[in-house]
Design a protein around this ligand. Structure first.
Ligand code: PGA
Length: 256
């Protein structure tokens, strides 16, 4: 059984004190949700203090970065390397649509980052998704190609370290989530693509999440679908009670 994940992407939000209060509230509330892996992805500068806060557990609460560069060290002003994150985070979000659009990240660059993350024992949370609302079969084809290019040359034995997020760009930050059935259809196509590339067993092990305007109101619609293993949550991860509720509902569903 694939363990469900709820990941919170704080993006470029939170002051230091907001971040510490939010992280503290989450830490206090998720200890009993053993069924679930919870990944908090704060801005880089809050990673270390939150790492210290989470150091003694709970063990189902993990830290992730929102991005990184693919070189281990050198003359890359302003960048953060895999080696810097390695002992602080377990996860790193790569290929988020905001990186692809505002910072012109290509599938090739994302592929380099995925390989670098794996070399550093960081688990990549790889985002893919279509840009506009287009008919489902076109969207599936678009996203399938994005996934294939992003994962090029990733060895099969590393696949289980990767988490994929299907996040239609039109649904991210818009309060206009996709329907559970639509997301499940695209995710089915992605799993089939992974099966073609890596075989059936590997494709069944990899976790695929949905992202895009997830809230406590709609989370069950997604996780009830076969093949959806959790959610990447943006806006709703900044409100402690809302995020904790999403985690509780997901954990509760996993038990059933
Ligand atoms: P949202 O953001 O939940 O606010 O739509 C999700 C994301 O962009 O990762």
């Amino acid at each position: 059984m694939r363990q469900k994940i709820v990941a919170g992407n704080w993006k470029m939000s939170t002051t230091f004190s907001d971040a510490m209060v939010l992280a503290g509230q989450i830490k206090e509330s998720v200890e009993d949700l053993h069924e679930l892996e919870i990944v908090i992805c704060p801005p880089f500068v809050w990673i270390y203090p939150i790492f210290e806060l989470f150091e003694k557990g709970p063990s189902n609460l993990k830290l992730g970065a929102q991005n990184m560069y693919f070189v281990d060290e050198g003359q890359y002003t302003g960048e953060i390397s895999p080696l810097m994150l390695k002992n602080l985070c377990q996860y790193v979000i790569l290929g988020h649509s905001e990186r692809r659009s505002h910072f012109h990240e290509s599938n090739d660059l994302i592929n380099d980052k995925i390989q670098a993350a794996l070399r550093a024992d960081l688990k990549p949370i790889v985002c893919v998704g279509e840009w506009r609302k287009i008919p489902g079969s076109y969207a599936a084809d678009d996203v399938r190609r994005q996934l294939k290019a992003s994962l090029e040359n990733v060895p099969p034995n590393q696949l289980s370290q990767i988490v994929i997020v299907y996040e239609p760009v039109w649904a991210a930050g818009t309060h206009n989530a996709a329907s559970g059935a639509y997301a499940a259809e695209i995710i089915k196509v992605l799993r089939r693509e992974l099966e073609g590339l890596y075989g059936q067993e590997a494709s069944q092990q990899i976790r695929i999440l949905y992202g895009g305007s997830v809230t406590s109101e709609n989370i069950l619609e997604f996780i009830r679908q076969e093949g959806i293993d959790g959610a990447l949550v943006g806006g709703a991860s900044l409100k402690a009670r809302e995020f904790i509720k999403i985690c509780e509902l997901t954990a509760e569903y996993s038990k059933s």
